[in-house]
Design a protein around this ligand. Structure first.
Ligand code: HEC
Length: 233
């Protein structure tokens, strides 16, 4: 009984001191730092002079030959690329504005005036679809699953909020809104704009539409002479 009382009053005293005690007072002296970590260190501050370099400038100029990200990279001819991919990369590069979002038009934002627009602003070719499939499998499938059913591998590791893209809401969503989700992310999905060039985002959407169609098809969508094949499987 007495032990309990002593323990409780000790905890109580500690709590009172923690809340009200040692609040310090104003001082003009430098504070006592027991572990200063890296608070004070010699470092480069943006736009500030620095005596370290002979020209007295802190920030350095980029190394000669540095390419700003988002602009066309020279494709080394020495790396063997499968013909299909080379063809697609070239096709993408012939588009006047390969790169990351730079403009305010539909192609770069997914918006037509104030609304989400719809439609793929690139020519829908087999190459574009294959490019979209490849990019989808690289950048989206680990979360959304290979058929976009929301069952990617990350779900098994606890990313519980991944949604299925086969949902009616997403099937009916404007292409431009999906473009924006890829570019800027949405709620718990992070932005993929900095990782995927604009043309590839559209290629992914084109492929996603094909996936949605494939998972919501009726037998009537299959050409008649191919129906027998399906029934066999
Ligand atoms: C790291 C996991 C992850 C990856 C990779 C990922 N997503 Fe998502 N995505 C999510 C999560 C989580 C949500 C649910 C967001 C929410 O509403 O909380 C989501 C939601 C969405 C939505 C629905 C947005 C809405 O309006 O409800 C779309 C469309 C989408 N993702 C498309 C994509 C596409 C296309 C890619 C590939 C470029 C991709 N996602 C890559 C995790 C991911």
């Amino acid at each position: 009984m007495l032990r309990g009382f002593l323990l409780i009053s000790l905890l109580f005293t500690i709590a009172i001191i923690a809340v009200f005690g040692f609040r310090g007072q104003k001082s003009t002296g430098s504070p006592l730092e027991i572990f200063p970590d890296m608070v004070r260190q010699m470092k480069v501050r943006a736009q500030a002079p620095l005596n370290f370099f002979s020209d007295g400038r802190g920030p350095r100029l980029p190394v000669t030959g540095t390419l700003p990200i988002g602009y066309e990279m020279p494709t080394p001819k020495t790396i063997a690329t499968p013909a299909a991919i080379t063809a697609t990369v070239e096709a993408l590069q012939t588009h006047p504005r390969v790169g990351f979002s730079v403009g305010t038009d539909y192609y770069d934002t997914g918006k037509m005036a104030n609304n989400w627009g719809t439609g793929i602003p690139l020519e829908l070719t087999r190459e574009l679809m294959e490019r979209g499939q490849q990019r989808f499998n690289i950048t989206c499938a680990m979360c959304h699953g290979a058929t976009a059913a929301g069952n990617g591998i990350t779900k098994q590791y606890g990313l519980a909020t991944v949604v299925t893209l086969q949902d009616e809401r997403i099937r009916k969503m404007a292409d431009g809104e999906i473009f924006n989700t890829i570019t800027n992310g949405k709620n718990t999905m992070m932005a993929y704009g900095p990782n995927i060039v604009v043309a590839d985002r559209w290629a992914i959407i084109a492929y996603l539409r094909a996936l949605q169609r494939s998972q919501n098809a009726a037998i009537a969508d299959v050409p008649e002479d191919h129906r027998a094949e399906l029934e066999k499987q």
